[in-house]
Design a binder for this molecule. Sequence first.
Ligand SMILES: C[S@@+](CC[C@H](N)C(=O)[O-])C[C@H]1O[C@@H](n2cnc3c(N)ncnc32)[C@H](O)[C@@H]1O
Length: 364
Amino acid sequence: MIYPKNIIEFVKNDPALKERFNDVAAITSLNAMSSPQLHEDFFFEDYMLNEGHTQSRAIRKYLHFIASTYSIFNEIFQYFPKENLNSTHKDDVSAIGTAPFELIYHAMYLYCLDSWGVEGDVIECGTYKGFSACCLSWVCDYLGRRLIVADSFEGLPANSTDPYYKKGDFCGQIDEVRANIKDFGKIEQVDFLKGFYNTSLHGFDRPLCMLWMDVDLYESTMDILTNLLPHLATDGVIISHELFADRDFTDNGLLKDTIGPSKAMSVFFAEQGITYQAMPLENGSGLVVPCKADEKILMSCDHVRFVRDRCRHSDAVFTQQERDIGHWQHEVEKLMEIYRSTVDFKIKQAVKNILAKLGLYGCD
Ligand SMILES: C[S@@+](CC[C@H](N)C(=O)[O-])C[C@H]1O[C@@H](n2cnc3c(N)ncnc32)[C@H](O)[C@@H]1O
């Protein structure tokens, strides 16, 4: 797992915590760790959520960041235009191509990169109507980074590798995208780069800390990697949509030569002799970190899912009733247990009545 640097330092500086969470204290750099032991059991996450935030400003700030960012992403999702009225493909009927629970990983990585002092802008290749750009623009605003939004703003180009996609699919025109980011994001944080990547990225010369791609096609991915990878900071990360956990990853953390972006990345890295480690995130996204061959990449961030689930009360689509259930869950479970275990009809009926009155559960 990787954590923000100031959280690791907090653990290191406290002898009791250092002993209790020695694998966290052993993290010495962003990508490599002296001990190859992965922290798997969520003990540290439990600690952060239960005690840690009362003891450490760094933990408090980090948890607040994840919870509030996830909440903002959900609010954007709630109010962002839902329908693509000019749909040309069965996949672009919806105006949103990604999801809050996918993009919260980008937010967490950016927060971590920031804490470890990795410099550079964030670039999004593949914007469509601007949903992911809106979300990332909030994170960039929080961290004081520029977000470069690079797209044809005419949809996909023609391609000769994947008959599933056609020219013009996933089109978001620049005025439409600009208006969406103005309404739901932080437009003042965004620079636009318009054009097809085989020309628009030529001469690109800004340092990058994150290269985020959602471009569907082999050719587009090749153009992006060719032009942008030289600008990615050491310790910078690539995140790509269309890297599927059950399709695109080998057991030893490489990408398979399958189709589209995954194929392009594995071919490009092999041709260029670039070593890397890859792992799936969520919703068809994957993380790819270029690194030295002997480095063990530990940028796993499974705790984001854990923290996010624990922060669900900030979820915009979480109803008041669900919140109440969350609040009373423990008591409700005790009542359910009584209901299940007793053979006394009167007690069963009484429990059922209580639960029905609370409007929480039916016991059938
Ligand atoms: C699936 S959509 C992106 C979805 C978006 N990230 C979201 O959250 O809704 C793919 C985008 O990639 C862009 N794209 C793909 N290949 C491109 C290329 N070669 N040059 C410019 N834009 C390209 C398309 O114009 C389209 O906007």
